[in-house]
Design a protein around this ligand. Structure first.
Ligand code: ADP
Length: 463
């Protein structure tokens, strides 16, 4: 409630009347005291002065009431335009006050616009942003914060959503000691996620100390970093194995086998095989890095998958002969065209046929089936319901246990390491295949039955 000005209260009016009547009262008392006036005359004089002063004070009071009411409207930000009090005494006063009102309205509009801009900026930030007050309550949260933590964060205690002690201590230092800091943490309920949180001290509009928190989820970066370092460690290990073998053979050839032509011939064959393994590995690593660089550049040639399959089979002739594998190609009649990169598609088909031959039973046939599906079924993943070309490579072999299926396309992941090495595998074939499929907007589906064999199906949007 606003306090009423003293001049507008009855008490104020009385006090004013008393003060204003003094010029009449004092001379009346003086005249009575000096004997120039009788007590009655002095009393009448005093009463007259009091009545005149009272009337004056009451009149002024009447003049003030609308002015004060008008000033009050001005103070609380209500419009006063057109409501200028027409007071005899204060007629000039409203003009500068109206100018103040205009300025005040302008300032209010500017503050509202800047509040709106601030809110829009905070809302547009795709990372969570929160403002926490001195009691630990959330004063502001952008939509990203609500998506990450809870639907309604504002006016809730922060500790309910973010219980990390380091964060709470950093907020405390920001509010009490004006200290900025950065903290990395994982939410207790989901340790797989990782956040980095910047904490800055700030003042609210009311002048209270608060802290602004800006969070960034770094889980993906951390995972990528880990994958990168795992990849380097794996690649170095894969390269070092044949290199160590080669260095050992060189030593033997220079020493104990120096004069042994039979041993030399045998060692040179093995060295040749190790050198080929290193070459294959380096070729695969280069393919992977090129594919990674091209991932956002969609292929642009028109490619017929029947041609691709024929070229891949003829390119694999020596390996297929070595494993006594017969490939049976079943091409559907009609167009089997996709928009693609012919070399990469050939590499993909060759990888799948090579694996079917390596991991299938020796002499068992490998089937390559290419068909146009309109529409593709659920096994086509994101392509289901669309027209797609399906290329399936079917082998008869030991098959793959279900727990390995989701990891087959990871770099250097092998179900049976020694079998893969013996077969000359680099552990990168399916990782390369996955990248090629991804670049073609396709999908890979693997089905396998232990002791029976596997089916690797690639779906690519039809041209
Ligand atoms: P590798 O060079 O070892 O063959 P890939 O990336 O091509 O590497 O394959 C990864 C692993 O998946 C292989 O080591 C093998 O264990 C398994 N694998 C791939 N294709 C088949 C298949 N047709 N049958 C059984 N296992 C397979």
């Amino acid at each position: 409630m606003t306090e009423e000005p003293l001049l507008l209260t009855t008490r104020g009016t009385w006090i004013e009347a008393m003060v204003w009547s003094l010029p009449g009262i004092v001379p009346s008392i003086a005249l009575w005291a000096t004997g120039l006036a009788s007590a009655t005359e002095a009393f009448v004089g005093m009463l007259g002065a009091l009545v005149i002063a009272g009337l004056l004070a009451w009149w002024r009071h009447r003049q003030l009431v609308p002015l004060v009411a008008w000033l009050e409207r001005l103070r609380i930000g209500r419009s006063v335009t057109g409501a200028v009090p027409d007071s005899f005494l204060y007629r000039q006063l409203p003009h500068p006050l109206l100018a103040i009102e205009r300025e005040t309205q302008n300032l209010r509009r500017q503050v509202a616009a800047s509040d709106q801009l601030q809110r829009a900026l905070v809302d547009a930030i795709t990372d969570p942003v929160l403002v926490v007050d001195g009691r630990g309550y959330v004063r502001l949260a952008n939509p990203a914060a609500e998506r990450h933590f809870a639907d309604k964060l504002t006016d809730q205690p922060l500790g309910r959503f973010l219980r990390d002690p380091a964060i709470l201590a950093a907020i405390d230092s920001a509010i009490r000691a004006n200290v900025s800091s950065t903290v990395s943490f994982s939410p207790p309920l989901d340790r797989t996620r990782r956040y980095t949180c910047g904490i800055q001290p700030m003042l609210t509009r009311e002048g209270d100390a608060a802290a602004v928190l800006s969070l960034r989820e770094t889980s993906e970066q951390v995972a990528i970093e880990r994958m990168r370092s795992d990849f380097i460690a794996n690649a170095s290990h894969e390269l070092r194995t044949p290199l160590t073998a080669l260095a050992g053979f060189v030593e033997t050839l220079k020493g104990p086998a120096k004069n042994d032509p039979d041993a030399q011939a045998m060692f040179l064959d093995t060295m040749d095989a190790e050198a080929s393994r290193m070459t294959r590995l380096i070729d695969d690593l280069l393919s992977l890095s090129k594919l990674e660089a091209d991932v956002h550049r969609p292929p642009s040639e028109d490619v017929d998958l029947a041609d691709v399959v024929a070229l891949a089979i003829s390119g694999l002739e020596p390996q297929l002969r070595k494993n006594a594998t017969v490939v049976e190609a079943r091409m559907e009649d009609g167009p089997l065209q996709v928009r693609g990169d012919a070399d990469q598609l050939q590499q993909l088909v060759a990888n799948l046929i090579d694996n079917a031959s390596k991991y299938g039973r020796p002499g068992a046939p490998v089937v390559v089936d290419v068909a146009r599906l309109s529409p593709a079924g659920d096994e086509a993943g994101p392509l289901s319901g669309r027209t797609a070309i399906r290329l399936t490579v079917i082998d008869q072999g030991d098959g793959i246990a279900p727990e390995h299926l989701p990891r087959l396309t990871e770099r250097f992941y092998r179900v049976d390491k020694s079998r893969s090495r013996r077969a000359g595998g680099t552990g990168l074939g399916l990782a390369i295949s996955k990248h090629i499929i991804r670049r073609h907007g396709g999908h890979l589906n693997v089905e396998s039955d232990l002791g029976i064999g596997s089916r690797f199906s690639v779906f690519i949007p039809a041209r």
